[in-house]
Design a protein around this ligand. Sequence first.
Ligand code: FES
Length: 105
Amino acid sequence: KVTFKYKTGEGPVTLDVEDGLTLMEAARLEGVDGILADCGGGAICGTCHVVVDSVWFDKCGPLDATEDVLLGLSPEREGTSRLACQIEVVDAVDGISVTVPESQI
Ligand code: FES
């Protein structure tokens, strides 16, 4: 399961997600608000930014240099920010919870 939360008061939205999809792909399939994913998962648009709940952050796999640079362009970046297209849904992140930045709503 993956939960998307909002600071704006809507949601949260919890999805059952097939292993092997990314958080972004799961969100797009279900029409989750705020995961725009304009580049389709290429880690170049930054419109799938999410803030991962801190207890899950270390389970999300490594942050590569390209993702780090892209996240650095967002004024809403927090210490546990990630691109949802770079987080694969595997057993280690089953139950993960993330918050969608307000600018993407
Ligand atoms: Fe474009 Fe993730 S979908 S950066």
